[in-house]
Structure formats: structure tokens, C-alpha cells
Design a binder for this molecule. Structure first.
Ligand code: PAF
Length: 277
């Protein structure tokens, strides 16, 4: 496994590769990332992982400075899983002030985008840069960040990028909690409570599968149930899977998405429901 920090060296290393499978990350790797690496291996003979904490996707009050940087431990975890790790410094990715951004569809300002203005614009901009730098045939992203994956798919389709986007299933703990690097911030009581988020989404899914189509009532009940137990709910939403717009009862492929804070920790989860789920 080679660890490369410059774009020029990476391009030279990858010139002869014909089946590159790419997993972009911000490091602080855990089981979810390793699962994406295993998926990437199925799609390419050369697996590249990037580790880059992207300042563009953090708001002024977010934790860019405090975001864990664990390059050595990350590389140890990637041994045998990645052929190349691309770990550039900020001034390698942004040698000058970045003034060119991707303009995203309105959905980028809803759901997580509503409480994190500019987040998806910064995320999409770095993903586009990374795809241009690595030029993979396949790139793998987790479904846990469902809105992020949707926006990337839109960007790739509408800008005709020559890459196939593969979504990795959400990895869950035995009790159903979606695995996330944020889970490490939960204390013991919060960790026990945290599973209630996925249970709430599963209950909504069950209700929809049983024929429930009053999505607004289901949404309100979920928010009430979470709030009663001390969660600060950012959103619970039932959306169409294809465009992430509010769920239309005439369709049958939906996703239920939620973000809510337990103490100081913001947790995200989603479940697909209906046809093909
Ligand atoms: O999901 C992430 O870790 C980041 O948003 C990504 C896709 C690596 C872009 O910085």
C-alpha cells in the first residue's frame, strides 16, 4: 500500500491502472469505512482511499479544527484493503482560495442542508475535485449519508462524469444503531437511548408497509415520540427515493430520513421503504 500526498505523484502512480475503485473519506476510519473498502474491492483491481478533512464543508460554527486527524491509525486499518491512500494537505487541494464551486439543486438546502448552510456545496466541490484527480471507474459512498449520496449521484449524472457511483449499505450495531464516528461521543446512557432513532424509523416503515399513507401524521408522531424522550429533533421526513422531494403517495419507492441530537451528539439515520427496499 502506497501513501501519497501530492496530486502529481498520485497521477503518475495511477496512469497505468484501468479499473480504479475509489473511497473518499475524511479519515478517523471505523468499521463502516472498512465495509466500503471491501465493497470497492469488488469493483476494481486498484482500490484508492482518500483521507482529507475538507474545510469547505464545515460551517463557521462547526468542528473543523477539532475533527479527529488519525492518519497513522487510519493507514494501519487500510493495510491490505487499499492499494493507494491519497492523503493531501489542505494547500495541495486548495493551493489558492477556492472561488469556483458546484451550484447544487434546491434539495441541498433542505434536510441536513437546512441546518448546515453551504455544507453540501463544499462537499460536492471536493468530491468533484477528488474524482477529477483520481479518475476512478467506480466511487463508493455510504447510504447512511443518504442526502450526500443523492447529491453526488445528481452531480455525476448531470455533469456527465465518467464514473459509476455505488452506494454501500448502512452498517448497524447488533441493537440496530447505525454505526457512525459520532457514536463515540455518546455516554453510556445516551448509547442505550440512541437505538430509539432507528426503532422510530422502523416503526414508520412498518406503518407505511401496512398501508399507512398519511406521511405527515407519521412524521409528527415520530417527532413527538423522540422529543418526549429528550431528543432535539432536526428533522424526520418521508421522501421519494429518486428526487428526495416530499413523498408522493402515488409512488412506491420512499426513504424515511431523520437527524436528531442526543445531548451534544447529532445522529443521522434513514431507512428505505416500499418497492425495492
Ligand atoms: O462523507 C464524507 O466523509 C465526506 O463528506 C466526503 C464524501 C469524503 C467528502 O469530504
Amino acid at each position: 500500500m502506497q501513501i501519497i500526498s501530492t496530486i502529481a505523484e498520485l497521477r503518475t502512480r495511477l496512469t497505468t491502472e484501468r479499473a480504479i475503485s475509489f473511497v473518499p473519506t475524511m479519515g478517523n476510519l471505523h468499521e463502516v469505512h472498512l465495509d466500503l473498502m471491501r465493497l470497492a474491492r469488488k469493483h476494481g483491481s486498484c482500490v484508492v482511499a482518500s483521507i482529507f478533512v475538507n474545510p469547505l464543508q464545515f460551517g463557521p460554527n462547526e468542528d473543523f479544527e477539532r475533527y479527529p486527524r488519525t492518519l497513522e491509525a487510519d493507514c494501519a486499518k487500510l493495510k491490505g484493503m487499499a492499494d493507494v491512500v491519497f492523503a493531501p494537505a489542505v494547500n495541495e487541494m486548495y493551493p489558492e482560495n477556492q472561488t469556483v464551486y458546484i451550484e447544487l439543486p434546491p434539495i441541498a438546502n433542505e434536510l441536513c442542508g437546512a441546518s448546515r448552510p453551504g455544507h453540501f456545496r463544499g462537499m460536492a466541490t471536493v468530491v468533484l475535485k477528488l474524482l477529477n484527480i483520481v479518475q476512478p471507474q467506480v466511487a463508493v459512498f455510504g447510504k447512511k449519508d443518504y442526502q450526500q449520496l443523492h447529491i453526488i449521484r445528481q452531480m455525476v449524472a448531470q455533469l456527465n462524469l465518467p464514473v459509476r457511483i455505488v452506494g454501500g449499505e448502512t452498517v448497524r450495531a447488533a441493537d440496530g444503531l447505525a454505526l457512525s464516528s459520532r457514536n463515540q461521543y455518546l455516554n453510556e446512557t445516551e448509547r442505550t437511548e440512541a437505538v430509539f432513532l432507528s426503532q422510530t424509523l422502523q416503526a414508520m416503515r412498518q406503518a407505511i408497509e401496512n398501508g399507512g399513507r398519511d406521511f405527515e401524521r407519521l412524521r409528527r408522531q415520530a417527532v413527538e415520540a423522540l422529543t418526549k424522550r429528550g431528543w432535539a429533533v432536526d428533522y424526520v421526513a418521508v421522501r421519494n427515493r429518486s428526487d428526495l422531494l416530499p413523498a408522493s403517495p402515488a409512488r412506491q419507492d420512499w426513504v424515511i430520513l431523520a437527524a436528531a441530537r442526543l445531548g451534544n451528539t447529532r445522529l443521522l439515520d434513514n431507512v428505505e421503504v416500499g418497492i425495492g427496499a
